[in-house]
Design a protein around this ligand. Structure first.
Ligand code: F6R
Ligand code: MG
Ligand code: MG
Length: 373
């Protein structure tokens, strides 16, 4: 049977600053989804990571199915209502529009969806990240799907050896979805050349070249492109099918041990290491560090199993310590150099305005003439 996984995530309010949602808010989202679960033939799992609430749904209706998107939108509106009643900070922050208009994409929440023919057993991972942007998944996905140093299946797994097709989006383009298809391993350097620029080029989807099956999908929206100004980072989600004709769960998890530096730490304007955390972890130090949680589940005939929590395994404790040390080290240089994002990616109030005001005060000094010898 064909199943669609839809993950829709948003920040609609937080206790104690931008750090985590309240229990009542999460419950309000859950009960709104529950109201229509039967009618829409969906199963669901609600979770939170940092200040974001993720609604994961399995259903038979395909991607961009308006009633599913509308239900998620209404659930976030219900969460916003509770946030307002409780006086939570940033109530409704990610709902950029009031009226639903057919697709929640472009309205603030992050959306990652894929439809596939269910395998007899269908394990997959949901990654939810906070205080970062969709490009945060570029490096882990590149390593899991294109580098045999991380994915031994590319050398050992008969159905993986032909490699994977990457669909990469230019998220700076606001006129439409500007995408390119590149094949690993032949186009490896081209893939690398694009994906290193995490603020502009983002993995949208990955497909197995032997079977044609979709392996992964990432939310790609840029809030600032939608809103026309900075309104928070995009805090992405990513779904990855695993095992058999896809990388093994452990091969998809392995790159997260790098705790690579990503954009989005404090005010969406700093770089910080991506720390793998248990489900339901908030953020803390310097509104971060950027975090990523993982739900490992199977979907069977449109129903979810319970979720395992791979990043709560003892292995990740020393990795978390390493990420904390990297965060502190980066913070030692405050706003200088790579600690703060470049001018083009800031767009958070102060500096941009300050630099604009300084613009007329710059003088053009004539270049000194060379003294003839
Ligand atoms: C980042 C984030 C926070 C805020 C910061 C300032 O995604 O949500 O780092 O940018 O706490 O928030 P305001 O401007 O609301 O006081
Ligand atoms: Mg937020
Ligand atoms: Mg957030």
């Amino acid at each position: 049977m064909k199943t669609t996984l839809s993950c829709i995530k948003a920040d609609v309010g937080s206790i104690g600053g931008h750090i985590q949602p309240s229990r009542l808010l999460v419950e309000a989202v859950r009960s709104k989804i529950a109201e229509q679960a039967k009618e829409l033939k969906l199963d669901y799992a609600i979770s939170h990571t940092g200040d974001d609430v993720a609604i994961l749904m399995a259903h038979p209706h395909g991607v961009s199915y308006a009633p599913i998107h509308e239900l998620a939108f209404r659930a976030f509106q219900a969460g916003t209502e509770v946030a307002r009643q409780q006086g939570l900070y940033g109530a409704g922050q990610d709902l950029l529009k009031d009226a639903f208009s057919g697709n929640v994409r472009g309205m603030g929440p992050e959306v990652a969806e894929m439809e596939f023919e269910e395998r007899p057993n269908e394990p997959f991972l949901l990654f939810a990240a906070d205080k970062t942007s969709p490009g945060a998944f570029n490096l882990p996905l590149y390593l899991s799907f294109a580098d045999p140093m991380f994915c031994s299946g590319l050398l050992l797994g008969p159905k993986l050896m032909k490699g994977f097709r990457f669909v990469i989006m230019d998220v700076d383009c606001t006129e439409g979805d500007r995408v390119i298809d590149l094949n690993a391993p032949e186009d490896l350097y081209q893939i690398a050349a694009l994906l290193r620029d995490t603020e502009r080029f983002v993995v949208e989807a990955i497909y197995n070249r032997t079977t044609g099956e979709q392996a992964a999908v990432v939310s790609t929206s840029r809030l600032r492109n939608i809103a026309g100004k900075y309104v928070g980072k995009d805090d992405p989600v990513c779904l990855v099918r695993v095992q058999s004709d896809f990388p093994a769960t452990g091969e998809v998890l392995a790159p997260y041990a790098l705790t690579h530096y990503v954009a989005g730490f404090m005010r969406g304007s700093h770089n910080g290491p991506l720390m793998p955390v248990s489900q339901g972890t908030g953020v803390s130090y310097f509104d971060g560090p950027p975090v990523v949680s993982c739900h490992a589940m199977c979907v069977h005939q449109g129903r979810f199993t319970e979720a395992a929590d791979p990043f709560s395994h003892p292995f990740w404790r020393s990795i978390q310590d390493h990420a904390a040390a990297k965060a502190v080290e980066m913070r030692r240089q405050g706003f200088f150099g790579p600690a703060m994002l470049p001018y083009s990616d800031l767009e958070y109030g102060g500096i941009v305005q300050m630099l604009d005001e300084l613009e007329p005060r710059f003088k053009m000094r004539p270049a000194e003439k060379a003294v003839p010898v």
